[in-house]
Design a protein around this ligand. Structure first.
Ligand SMILES: Nc1nc2c(ncn2[C@@H]2O[C@H](COP(=O)(O)OP(=O)(O)OP(=O)(O)O)[C@@H](O)[C@H]2O)c(=O)[nH]1
Ligand SMILES: [Mg+2]
Length: 365
């Protein structure tokens, strides 16, 4: 690994030096502000120091630590957040379903609807529960199998019922942050929102990025901000975050981008938690890709619970072969669903989640 220290009169200049010196894949290790010259640190010129590193290609991969104990969220969170109670409730429900599913129910295995749910990666225990009590004999309800399927779709819709997008208050500023594993589409989704609220609806919007881990990440959002014509702030610490939010208190909407975090890195998650704790009114959306395996997504939800997200946002529905992960998670965690994204195009490929439409997609052959 190549490590270098850069000094400049401001952060932009320092970042330009990092980019020139180490390239776009450089990783920022440390930043500090200090005064140069003057007397006892007074009257000196303010300078910025950035320590950055570049992984040499030959370096062996850094192995992830083994998953440690789950950090539960602060006990006094509001009801609609993924709280410790919700996590406990979800694991109790899961246990109960496992017990129920073990009871002899031969008909499950024969039911074509059960098979369809399994084919669409619905968790077997959840699938068994969903079809329980549905009329087995379609002749019983007029000889129409489509009616049984409709009943099942309605049942599934109930689990997806809690939907709310980004709702701006009558007056004042709304701050929405986006957290989630790496590469799920947080930054692209923020660009979609920025264009939607600023260009389509003419609201005053600002972007704040705390993703200073990679030079290219800052540039990615900056490019969108320039195209859309909204201001962008780059923050390196909770204090800077607080100051940036204060500076943009005249905006209707401030969108906060964060660095993609491995759900297994507790240190990174604690950093993220500290950043979002500067303002209790920040609405946090946990961004998850619909292409993620259910068990991995479940782990991400458990780990990111430390940041108390209020809403789930699912990306990459266009790439997912089915929506099993999305449904399984919302079945386990009765959390509000906000948007789904369906492609890479900014600003078009995003929509408010539609429970009925999603239930029917889940039941597609
Ligand atoms: N197919 C598809 N691709 C998407 C969607 N949303 C984002 N992407 C793509 O996913 C890739 C990663 O997107 P980013 O927005 O950079 O993801 P991120 O979560 O900000 O990534 P990190 O900041 O590295 O954690 C890009 O190639 C996006 O174009 C989507 O809905 N569908
Ligand atoms: Mg990003």
């Amino acid at each position: 690994m190549k490590v270098k220290v850069f000094t400049a009169t401001n952060m932009q200049e320092a970042m330009a030096q990092v980019k020139n010196g180490l390239g776009r894949d450089a990783v920022i290790l440390h930043t500090r502000r200090f005064r140069k010259g003057g007397f006892l640190g007074f009257f000196g010129k303010e300078m910025v120091e950035v320590m950055a590193a570049l992984d040499s290609p030959a370096a062996p991969p850094i192995s992830e630590k083994k998953p440690q104990q789950v950090i539960l969220p602060r006990p006094n969170e509001e009801d609609n957040k993924v709280t410790a109670l919700q996590l406990e409730f979800a694991s109790m429900r899961r246990l109960m379903e496992q017990v129920l599913a073990k009871l002899p129910r031969q008909e499950n295995q024969k039911s074509p609807l059960y098979e369809l749910l399994i084919k669409n990666d619905i968790d077997p225990d959840i699938a068994a529960n969903l079809i329980q009590g549905l009329p087995e004999d379609s002749a019983f309800i007029g000889g129409d199998p489509a009616t049984v399927r409709k009943l099942l779709a309605e049942r599934m819709t109930n689990y997806l019922q809690r939907v709310e997008g980004i709702v701006l208050p009558e007056t004042g500023c709304k701050v929405v942050s986006f957290i989630g594993p790496t590469g799920v589409g947080k930054t692209t989704t923020i660009a979609k929102f920025a264009a939607h609220f600023a260009i389509t609806h003419g609201h005053k919007v600002a972007l704040v990025t705390a993703d200073t881990y990679r030079i290219s990440a800052v540039e990615q959002l900056k490019t969108y901000a320039d195209i859309i014509g909204v201001p962008i702030e780059i923050v390196y610490s909770p204090d800077e975050m607080k100051a940036a939010l204060y500076r943009h208190r005249d905006k209707r909407l401030v969108l906060v981008d964060t660095a993609g975090r491995s759900p297994r890195n507790q240190f990174q998650l604690a950093e993220l938690q500290a950043l979002l704790a500067v303002d209790p009114y920040i609405e946090t959306h946990l961004v998850l890709s619909a292409t993620t395996k259910y068990t991995d997504a479940l782990e991400a939800v458990n780990r990111f619970a430390v940041c108390s997200p209020q809403k789930f946002l699912f990306t990459k529905l266009d790439e997912a072969s089915n929506l099993g992960t999305l449904f399984n998670l919302l079945y386990q965690f009765p959390t509000t669903l906000s948007y789904v994204t369906t492609g890479q195009n900014v600003p078009d490929d995003i929509e408010l989640a539609n429970p009925g439409k999603l239930a029917n997609l889940i039941l597609e052959d």
